[in-house]
Design a binder for this molecule. Structure first.
Ligand code: SAH
Length: 367
């Protein structure tokens, strides 16, 4: 048993089954034993890091990802009227790779660099340390615990693979009701059980009555609240935000709660605190949350559409020009992983939003 598993057993013995959202929060961000707070989650097996990470993300696949997000930020900044001070915020920066590539590419626009006050929002002291080591010391970078701590000025927010780590709730069809799925103890083992509390039927898609017994439906109030706060901040300060993650644009049924350890799928109830826990992001309520908090939200697009619109192929061509064929084929593979339907191209979606009329009539990348 991991130390965290012991604590979870004690809590369930005292308070009864633990809702999934609470289980995710404890496993990912427990101050001492949480997965993000205590470990080194992000990295490739071949990255040579010790310990190697459990999963690899787009910025770790290729420098082109962070560079194109940099292009997006520069275009947004210009569309905002090139303010001479602005907050450039990344939430959940992992190893700091995206920000490093973004800052390097933005040297082409010295006024952007001079105006940027970089803020990293991170829950993990371990990862904050790695970010500090990987990012240039001359950049004006501060670490903050929450977006509420940002000073009031025009703000550009980016977050890659953050939303999937925020807690979800699951509801299981049981007769005429949808009961909450939770983690209990059966035969000394952590096991999925149902709690008696019900989801309001009005929170379900209209076809819920036709769904078979045992169907699961996921809600993510914490994600909606987070996006709502980001939208409120963007609306009052002017600016724009970009959230990239795996998920779907239309709400649906099914279990997307998943665990990964050492680059392979794992049982989410085994080795709590040592396993990454995430779920697919339902962008539909998040769009609504940003919109009802005063932002304009163009139709989200796939990562493939977004990166191609921002110039992924052109950037790969530039980086490969005159280089050995081994480098060109690495670039080709990176393009495939980032943008092809077999790679991350279709599963990953990009949602952007902006304060009304602040970036003209078109947010870059969403044509
Ligand atoms: N964006 C990075 C890392 C993705 S992993 C990349 O693309 O490589 C998820 C990141 O979100 C980690 O940095 C993790 O510590 C952070 N994180 C998880 N929950 C968070 C929360 N509630 N608030 C802020 N950051 C969080």
């Amino acid at each position: 048993m991991t130390p965290l598993e012991q604590q979870i057993h004690q809590r369930i013995a005292a308070d009864g089954p633990m809702p999934l959202a609470e289980y995710m929060i404890v496993c990912l961000t427990h101050p001492e034993f949480g997965y993000y707070t205590s470990g080194h989650p992000v990295g490739g097996k071949a990255s040579g890091e010790t310990p190697p990470g459990d999963f690899i993300t787009a910025p770790e696949i290729s420098q082109m990802f962070g560079e194109l997000i940099g292009v997006w930020c520069m275009e947004v900044w210009q569309a905002l009227g090139s303010p001479n001070r602005f907050n450039l915020v990344e939430i959940g920066p992992g190893r700091g790779t995206l920000m490093k590539d973004l800052l390097r590419v933005s040297q082409v626009l010295p006024n952007f660099m001079a105006a940027a006050h970089v803020y990293l929002v991170e829950v993990s002291p371990t990862l904050s340390h790695v970010q500090g080591q990987n990012l240039p010391s001359q950049a004006n970078i501060k670490w903050i615990a929450d977006i509420d701590d940002l000073p009031d000025r025009p703000t550009i927010i980016i977050a890659n693979e953050l939303l999937d780590a925020l807690p979800i709730r699951q509801w299981c069809k049981h007769g005429a009701d949808w009961l909450e799925r939770a983690v209990g103890i059966v035969d000394e083992q952590l096991t999925f059980v149902l709690r008696p509390n019900r989801l309001e039927l009005s929170d379900l898609p209209p076809d819920h009555v036709t769904r078979p017994e045992g169907t699961l439906f996921e809600t993510a109030p914490a994600r909606e609240a987070f996006v709502a706060r980001a939208a409120e901040l963007i609306q009052s300060n002017t600016g724009a935000a970009l959230f990239i993650d795996y998920g779907h644009l239309k709400s649906g049924y099914g279990d997307t709660f998943q665990a990964v350890r050492d680059h392979v799928p794992a049982n989410p109830l085994q080795l709590p605190g040592r396993t990454d826990l995430t779920s697919h992001v339902d962008f539909s309520p998040l769009r609504a949350a940003a919109n009802s908090n005063g932002c304009e939200v163009p139709q989200p697009v796939t990562q493939r559409q977004f990166l191609l619109t921002l110039g992924l192929l052109e950037r790969a061509g530039q980086l490969g020009a005159g280089r050995p064929s081994s480098v060109q084929s690495e670039l080709q593979q990176a393009v495939e992983r980032l943008a092809s339907p077999q790679g991350m191209g279709d599963l990953f979606k990009v949602m952007g939003f902006a304060a009304p009329a602040s970036v003209g009539n078109q947010l870059p990348g969403f044509s």
